[in-house]
Every structure is written in C-alpha cells, then in structure tokens.
Design a protein around this ligand. Structure first.
Ligand SMILES: C[S@@+](CC[C@H](N)C(=O)[O-])C[C@H]1O[C@@H](n2cnc3c(N)ncnc32)[C@H](O)[C@@H]1O
Length: 329
C-alpha cells in the first residue's frame, strides 16, 4: 500500500498501479485530484465516448462565461461543449467513465495548436499552465490567432484510445484534502497501513499551483477569473514555517504507516529563493518520526523527461533534485 500526501497529478499512484500496488493520493488542488483520479479508474474507450456523447446530446449549458478572454480562448461551439461537460461533472462525477472523461477534457483544455490533428480545445496556449487573461488576449490579437472549431469528440476519442486501451485490475483512491490535517491521510479502511510513502512536496517558493492552473480550476468548479488565494496550500512565508508545515505532513504520514515503512521524498528548489533545499528538507524531517538513511542526487530538472519540466518556464538554471530516503522510527 502506497501513500502520496502531495499526489499532484498522480504520478506515484499511476506508477503504483502499473506494478500492481494499491495507493492513496492526497492533494489540496481540485485540478490535481481530478487528473490523478482519472489515472486510477477502469473505463473502456467506448464507455468514455458514450458518456461524452450523452452529455453533449442531453444537456444545455446554463452558464457560459463571457468577455474578451473567453471569446479569444475558445470557439463558441467548443466553449458551449466544455460548459455542458463542466456542469454535468459538477452535478455528478462518480462513475469511472465520467472520472476518466473529466481527466481527458482537463488534459485537452489548453495547449499548442497542432499541425496535424488538433489535440487541444483552446486557441494557441501553453499546455502546462494557463496564461493570464490580459496577456493571452493581447498575444492572440497581435498575431491574429482566432480559435478554431475543434471536433471535441474526435479529440476525446484519440485521447481515450491512448490512455484507456490497456486495463489493470489494480485501482487506488484519491482525496481532495489538506495533508497537514491528520484525518486527511487516514486509509480508506481502518486496518490498512501504508508500507511506502513516495512523494514530492511543493518546492520552497513554488506557490502558484492554483493560479497557474486557473483555467483548469474553472473547469472543475472554480471561478472564471484568476484566483490568487492559496487555499489549503503549504505555507511559503519563511523557511521555518515551510519546514514546520512539511513536518506536520510527515508526522501524519508516520501515524498511518507500518513500522519500518519507507518514505522517499523527491525534492529540489526553485531558482528565485536562496534557501538551501537540502537544509530545508532535513529540518522538516527533524522530530518527524522519520530517519534519513540515504540522500541520492536525482540529477537536474533539465535532464531527461521529468515532472519538474512542467513547472519551469525558462530552462535557464537547471536545479538539482534529490531523493531523500527515510525509514519510519
Ligand atoms: C510537486 S507537486 C506534486 C507533483 C506530483 N508528484 C505529480 O505527479 O504531479 C506538489 C503538490 O502539493 C500540493 N499541495 C500543496 N500544499 C498541500 C497541502 N497542504 N495538502 C495537500 N497537497 C498540497 C500542490 O497542490 C501540488 O499538487
């Protein structure tokens, strides 16, 4: 049984599933948990497409956001379809097919225009973060980039085939919660305990997960404007408060793990902060119930293909990342 208290988009949970291990992922971002959940369900391509067709045929959108940004970001037919999906999922997103479909739409919501088949619903955009409205509208207007009428079902079909053609019996659970609270990490069944904790917390200073994902956050129920409040996110006001917040999470993880459980933390830094990442993580582990056994260099964020790529806008200064191996005391 594997726990990731900062599961983000569910890399740990998906990796656990691939090797047949059950897992629990917890994250306080609704976008992250929606994407992670879509990696753990069992749904066939046909079930996903049927659900998409049904929603588009049977629903009318009751609210469609207005204003310059929305006019430039999506063709009106595409925005209408997105609003139908959005409202359907907000009403009920409990079946595996819907969870899968929501993940697919979130992934395709914005990204670059493709030369061959369209892969994204939006006008030209970055894939990994949503541009702020004023900047994006200026960019599109200056270049005369108008949004195209994308065949929404065709995009969904291609993605469903790519992600859901293989099946696995192992599933897992994902929870939208603040891992600093003890109850957030409780396993689904009271007699289960975790053997592994595999995680990567927000690096010190990386506090823009929610505003950077404001468009996807809108899709899962957030407002149709950028939201800067850092709801239930780790505090970054000082290194001391940051370490104390992480320590809370490590202690909570200890309380739901078996004796000798292993926790591995992938950790690095972002370049605009002077705090030393290794000092920060070591201090967070003091008195946490976990003892460091090994620290391995995991290379820099520009070597190979890795998660941190998504968080780097300019590849100027590569940051070294570390894997901190600990054992439960
Ligand atoms: C480095 S990312 C994790 C990336 C992840 N491994 C993945 O596969 O995408 C850190 C995550 O911590 C989450 N987070 C920040 N504060 C949190 C808190 N108090 N409780 C739970 N999750 C939190 C953020 O929303 C973000 O998704």
């Amino acid at each position: 049984m594997v726990l990731d208290p900062f599961c983000g988009r569910g890399t740990t949970n998906f990796a656990a599933r691939l090797v047949g291990l059950r897992s629990l992922g917890v994250d306080s971002s609704p976008v992250a948990t929606a994407i992670a959940a879509s990696k753990l369900v069992m749904a066939s391509v046909e079930e996903i497409l049927d659900e998409a067709r049904r929603i588009l045929a049977e629903r009318e959108a009751s609210h469609i956001p207005e204003g310059e940004f929305w006019q430039w970001a999506f063709d009106p037919t595409v925005l209408d379809a997105l609003c139908r999906f959005r409202e359907a999922f907000l009403e009920d997103c409990t079946s595996d097919a819907r969870i899968a479909l929501r993940g697919i739409v979130l992934g395709a919501l914005h990204g670059p225009k493709q030369k061959t088949f369209p892969s994204y619903f939006s006008n030209q955009c970055p894939r990994t973060y949503a541009p702020k409205p004023a900047y994006a509208t200026r960019y599109w207007r200056e270049r005369g980039l108008v949004p195209e009428p994308i065949d929404v079902l065709a995009v969904i079909k291609r993605r469903a085939k790519r992600y859901y053609s293989m099946s696995s019996d192992t599933t897992g659970a994902v929870r939208l919660a603040d891992s600093r609270k003890a109850e957030s990490l409780q396993p689904e069944s009271p007699d289960t305990r975790f053997n592994w904790v595999i995680t990567s917390p927000p690096y010190y200073g990386m506090r823009t997960y929610i505003p950077d994902q404001w468009l996807r956050n809108w899709f899962v129920g957030g407002p149709d404007v950028v939201n800067y409040t850092n709801c239930n996110q780790i505090v970054h006001s000082s290194p001391e408060e940051y370490s104390a917040d992480l320590r809370r999470v490590w202690r909570n993880a200890k309380n739901v793990s078996v004796e000798n459980a292993i926790m591995v933390i992938r950790f690095g830094g972002i370049t605009d902060r002077r705090a030393n990442p290794l000092d920060l993580i070591k201090s967070s582990l003091n008195d946490s119930g976990w003892r460091i056994t090994t620290i391995k260099k995991a290379g820099t964020a520009t070597e190979g293909k890795r998660q941190a790529d998504s968080f780097l806008r300019k590849r100027s200064t590569p940051m070294t990342e570390y894997d901190i191996w600990t054992v439960r005391q």
